[in-house]
Design a protein around this ligand. Structure first.
Ligand SMILES: Nc1nc2c(c(=O)[nH]1)N[C@H]1C(S)=C(S)[C@@H](COP(=O)(O)OP(=O)(O)OC[C@H]3O[C@@H](n4cnc5c(=O)[nH]c(N)nc54)[C@H](O)[C@@H]3O)O[C@H]1N2
Ligand SMILES: Nc1nc2c(c(=O)[nH]1)N[C@H]1C(S)=C(S)[C@@H](COP(=O)(O)OP(=O)(O)OC[C@H]3O[C@@H](n4cnc5c(=O)[nH]c(N)nc54)[C@H](O)[C@@H]3O)O[C@H]1N2
Ligand SMILES: [Mo]
Length: 755
C-alpha cells in the first residue's frame, strides 16, 4: 500500500560512496547490533570466518581488509538482529493475524527460536520438541502412497554439506522431486550451457578480471545485487577497459560509482564512471543485439577482416555454418527494431568486442527470466566462441548467480533430473538404488500441489510460496497440502501460508557457531566463480534451541528411514566425513576435498572449458542456433506493455529490508510502476496516479494488481518495471522457458487498467 511518505526523486549522487557507508551504519543500528554486528563484519569473508550470507559473488583476495558491502552488511545485520519471534510472540498472534501483515513486518519480528507446530484448534503456532517434529514428518512421509507425493525444495543459502545429504536422504526415500530456487533463477545457465560448452556454470575466476580487455554486462544490476563486483569493475575501468551495459534501465551503479573502500575517492566525494557504453535495450531485445553483433562480425569476416578466431573455431567448435546462415537471414532494420537500438549502437558494441582479445560477458536475471532464457545463454556463448573467448586469461562467460551457495547446491546433487553418472556413484558409494525417473522442478511442484498429487512440502530454506509465480494459486495450493515444513531462520510468508499440519524448524544461521559432539564444525560453499571456501560462524546462535541444517537433514532421515544404510548419526557430528563422501561421489572435481579446503581462500573447482576441454557428446564446443529475434513470444495487442519484475536496493529476494529503493529514487513505497513518459501520456496516466495492471494471457484467468503508483522513468517504449514479489500475482505459472522451466519474470505481457 502506498505510504503517506511515498516519494520519487531522482538519485543524482554516484552509487556506493558515503550513501552506502551511511546505510551500513544505519542498518546495524536499526537491528540493534552495532557492536556485535560490526565485530562479526570483521570476520565476514576472511579466512577462518564465515562467508557472506547474501549473494554469490566471490569475495576478492587478501588485498582488502574489509571485504563486505552495504548489502552484505544488511544481510548480516538482519541475521544477527536482536529481535526474536519466540513462543510468546506466537501465543500473542493467530496465524490469520500474521497473514494480514506485510512481508517487511514479518521479517522485522526477528529470529525464530524453537521448533513450532501449527495448532488448527487455536490457529496458533505452538512449541513442539525436536523429537516430536521429526516423528511427525516421518509419519507423513511414510504414510504416502508414493514417495513422489512429497516435494523437497532447496533455497541457495543452504551449504554444500546439508544440500548433499538432503539429496541423498530424499533419493533413499525414493524421489527426485527437487524443486529449487535456481529453477526460477539461473536454471537457463545450468541447462542451456551444457549442450554449448559442456558445463552449466560460468568459466571465469577472479584473476580473469585483471586480464580482461572488454566487459559486457547484460541484464544484471551489480550495484544492488552483487556489490562486490563493483570493486572489480572500478579496477577494470581504471585500467581503461571498456564496459558495456545492456539494460532497459540506466542502473545507477553502472553509471557512476564511488568505491567505499577507496579512501581518496571517499574523501574527495569522487566517483568512477563505470559504463563506457549504455545500450538501452528493449525488454527481450538482447537476442537481437547479440545477433546484430554476430552479423557485424560475419560481414567483416566475409570482407576478409580478421575478426573471427578461425584457428579456435576449426579446432574446437562445431556448427558455425548453421549459425552463420541463421544470423545472415536477419536484415539490419529487423534487428534494430527488435533490439530497440540503432545500427550504429549495435556496430559499436561489435567494434568493442572485435577490438578485444579477451572478453568477459556477465549476465543476470535480465537474460535468464525470459521465455527463451536458456537459448539466450547459448547465444551469448556463440558470440564468445566466435573470438575464442574461452580458455584464455580474461575471457569467458560469467553468469552472476544469486544466492551465496545456489551454484554449490546444484553441484552436489540438487537436481530434479540427475545424471546417470551421479546416480551410479550414489548407488556405489552409499549402497542403495536411487530412483531414476525425473522429478519435479519448481513450476511442476506448484502444478502437482494444485492437482492434489503432492501432499507434503518440505522447504530447506527459502520462501517458496512468495517466490513462485501466480501467488493466489500458489497460496491455495499450499493450503491444500497435508503437511508443510519450513526450515528457516525467519518468519516469512511460507510459514504463515501452510498446509493442514505445519512445522517451523529454525536453523543456526551462516554467521553462527555450529557445535557438535566432535567440536566446532565449518561448512563449505561454492561461489559464482566455482571457488569453494570454508565458512565458520563466529556469533552465538540466536537461541539454544536451534539446529544446524545438516543436523535437521540427518534427523529427518533417521526418523523417516529407520532401516537406512547411511550412517546419518556420524555425519551429523563430523562434517569432515560428509566432505569425504562428496569427494567419493564427485571424484572428478572434489577429490581430496578435506585437504584442499584447508587453503585459507579455498580452491577452484575444475571447469573444463577453462582448459578448452568440452564435455559435450561430440567433444566440441557447439554453436547453437535459435530462430527469430525476440527473447519472448510476440503478443499481438497494441496496448501491451512488457513488465520486468525486479529487485529494489533494500530487499533480498522475498526479504524486504525497507520500502526504499535509493538508487532508483523511490522512497516509502514498493507499489510503484516505473514507466516510459510517452507510454504514460499515450494512456492518459499522470505521474503519481494510482493504476492497476492486468496480465494479457489466453488461459481465461484474470490476473490483476491494483494500487500501483505510476512514475516516469528512463525506460524504452513498451517497457515497465515494478517490484518482485509484490507483482508475482501477475506472473502466470505456465509462462516459462520450456527448456529450463524458469518463469519469464522479466517479460510479463500486461496492460494498464484504471486502479
Ligand atoms: N541485495 C540483494 N542481492 C541479491 C539479491 C537481492 O534480492 N538483493 N538476490 C540474489 C539473487 S537470488 C539473484 S538471482 C541475483 C539477481 O540479480 P540481478 O540479476 O541483478 O536481478 P534483477 O534485479 O532481478 O534484474 C536484473 C536487471 O535486469 C534488467 N532487465 C530486465 N529485463 C531485461 C531485459 O529484457 N534485458 C536486459 N538486458 N536487462 C533486463 C533490470 O533492469 C535489472 O537491472 O541477485 C542476488 N543478490
Ligand atoms: N517475479 C519474480 N519472481 C522471482 C524472481 C524475480 O526476479 N521476479 N526471482 C527468482 C529468484 S532469482 C529466486 S533465487 C527466487 C528466491 O526464492 P527463495 O530462495 O525461496 O526465497 P528467499 O527470499 O531467498 O528466501 C528467504 C528465506 O530464507 C530463510 N533463510 C535465510 N537464511 C537462511 C539460512 O541460512 N538457512 C535456511 N534454511 N533458511 C534461511 C529465511 O527464513 C528467509 O525468509 O525467487 C524467484 N522469484
Ligand atoms: Mo536467484
Amino acid at each position: 500500500m502506498a505510504g503517506k511518505k511515498a516519494r520519487i526523486k531522482p538519485y543524482d549522487h554516484p552509487a556506493g560512496g558515503w550513501g552506502a557507508a551511511a546505510a551500513t551504519a544505519k542498518v546495524l543500528m536499526q537491528q540493534s547490533v552495532l557492536t556485535k554486528g560490526s565485530r562479526a563484519l570483521l570476520s565476514m569473508n576472511q579466512p577462518g570466518g564465515f562467508k557472506c550470507p547474501s549473494c554469490a559473488y566471490p569475495d576478492a583476495d587478501c588485498k582488502k581488509t574489509l571485504e563486505f558491502c552495504e548489502n552484505g552488511a544488511k544481510a548480516l545485520a538482519f541475521e544477527a538482529t536482536k529481535f526474536r519471534a519466540d513462543r510468546d510472540f506466537f501465543a500473542k498472534h493467530t496465524v490469520t493475524e500474521l497473514n494480514q501483515q506485510s512481508d517487511h513486518w514479518l521479517e522485522m519480528q526477528g529470529r525464530l527460536t524453537e521448533p513450532m507446530r501449527y495448532d488448527p484448534a487455536t490457529d496458533h503456532y505452538v512449541p513442539i520438541s525436536w523429537d516430536d517434529a521429526f516423528a511427525l514428518i516421518a509419519r507423513h512421509l511414510n504414510g504416502l502412497a508414493s514417495p513422489n507425493e512429497a516435494e523437497f525444495y532447496t533455497s541457495g543459502r543452504t551449504p554444500n554439506e546439508a544440500a548433499f545429504l538432503y539429496a541423498i536422504f530424499v533419493r533413499e526415500f525414493g524421489t527426485n522431486n527437487f524443486p529449487d530456487c535456481s529453477n526460477m533463477c539461473h536454471a537457463p545457465t545450468s541447462i542451456g550451457l551444457p549442450p554449448a560448452i559442456g558445463v552449466g556454470k560460468g568459466t571465469c575466476v577472479m584473476e580473469d578480471w585483471e586480464h580482461t580487455q572488454a566487459i559486457f554486462i547484460l541484464g544484471q544490476n551489480p550495484g544492488t545485487n552483487s556489490p562486490r563486483m563493483m570493486t572489480d569493475l572500478v579496477e577494470a575501468k581504471k585500467r581503461g577497459v571498456p564496459i558495456v551495459s545492456v539494460n532497459p534501465m540506466p542502473e545507477r551503479a553502472l553509471m557512476e560509482f564511488a568505491e567505499p573502500q577507496d579512501m581518496i575517492q571517499m574523501a574527495t566525494f569522487g566517483h568512477t564512471d563505470i559504463s563506457t557504453d549504455f545500450m538501452q535495450v528493449r525488454i527481450g531485445g538482447d537476442l537481437a543485439l547479440l545477433k546484430g553483433m554476430m552479423r557485424d562480425l560475419f560481414e567483416r569476416d566475409a570482407a576478409g577482416e580478421p575478426v573471427l578466431d578461425h584457428a579456435f573455431i576449426d579446432e574446437h567448435t562445431a556448427g558455425i555454418e548453421a549459425l552463420r546462415a541463421d544470423i545472415m537471414s536477419h536484415d539490419w532494420p529487423e534487428i534494430c527494431a527488435a533490439a530497440g537500438l540503432t545500427e550504429a549502437e549495435i556496430r559499436r558494441c561489435a567494434e568493442i568486442y572485435a577490438a578485444s582479445d579477451a572478453t568477459m560477458i556477465c549476465y543476470g536475471m535480465g537474460i535468464t527470466q525470459h521465455e527463451r532464457g536458456a537459448e539466450l545463454c547459448q547465444q551469448i556463448s556463440n558470440l564468445l566462441l566466435l573470438r575464442g573467448n574461452y580458455g584464455k586469461p580474461g575471457a569467458g562467460i560469467v553468469p552472476i548467480r544469486g544466492h551465496s551457495n545456489v551454484q554449490g547446491d546444484r553441484t552436489v546433487g540438487i537436481n530434479e533430473k540427475p545424471t546417470a553418472e551421479y546416480l551410479d556413484r550414489v548407488r556405489d558409494v552409499f549402497g542403495f538404488e536411487p530412483p531414476r525417473e525425473p522429478g519435479h522442478l519448481t513450476v511442476e511442484t506448484v502444478a502437482a500441489m494444485e492437482a492434489g498429487t503432492a501432499k507434503v512440502f518440505i522447504g530447506l530454506g527459502g520462501n517458496f510460496v512468495r517466490a513462485v509465480p501466480d501467488t493466489d494459486r500458489a497460496y491455495a495450493a499450499m493450503r491444500g497440502l497435508d503437511l508443510t515444513v519450513a526450515i528457516v531462520t525467519k518468519l516469512n510468508r511460507g510459514v504463515v501460508v501452510h498446509g493442514r499440519e505445519a512445522l517451523i524448524l529454525p536453523v543456526i544461521a551462516r554467521s553462527e557457531v555450529i557445535e557438535t559432539e566432535k567440536g566446532a564444525q565449518f561448512v563449505t560453499i561454492e561461489d559464482a566463480m566455482a571457488n569453494v571456501t570454508a565458512s565458520k560462524g563466529v556469533l552465538s546462535p540466536a537461541s539454544k534451541d536451534l539446529m544446524a541444517e545438516v543436523g535437521i537433514v540427518c534427523r529427518m532421515a533417521m526418523a523417516t528411514l529407520p532401516e537406512s544404510v547411511v550412517p546419518w548419526a556420524d555425519y551429523m557430528q563430523d562434517y569432515g566425513v560428509i566432505r569425504d563422501r562428496i569427494a567419493d561421489v564427485f571424484p572428478a572435481i572434489y577429490e581430496g576435498f578435506s585437504d584442499r579446503i584447508k587453503a585459507p581462500r579455498g580452491f577452484n573447482l575444475d571447469v573444463a572449458p577453462r582448459r578448452r576441454v568440452w564435455l559435450t557428446p561430440n567433444g566440441k564446443a557447439n554453436f547453437l542456433t535459435l530462430p527469430g529475434l525476440d527473447g519472448d513470444t510476440p503478443v499481438d495487442d497494441p496496448a501491451m506493455l512488457r513488465l520486468a519484475t525486479i529487485r529494489s536496493h533494500d530487499q533480498f529476494n522475498t526479504t524486504i529490508y525497507s520500502e526504499n529503493d535509493r538508487y532508483r529514487g523511490v522512497y516509502g513505497n514498493r507499489m510503484v510502476l516505473l514507466m516510459n513518459a510517452e507510454d504514460m501520456a499515450e494512456r492518459g496516466v499522470e505521474r503519481g496516479q494510482m493504476i492497476g495492471l492486468e496480465t494479457i494471457s489466453d488461459d481465461g484467468v484474470t490476473r490483476r494488481v491494483d494500487g500501483l503508483m505510476a512514475a516516469a522513468y528512463s525506460l524504452p517504449r513498451g517497457a515497465v518495471a515494478g517490484y518482485y514479489p509484490e507483482l508475482n500475482p501477475l506472473l502466470p505459472l505456465d509462462y516459462f522457458d520450456p527448456v529450463s522451466g524458469t518463469p519469464a519474470a522479466k517479460s510479463i505481457p500486461v496492460r494498464v487498467v484504471s486502479g
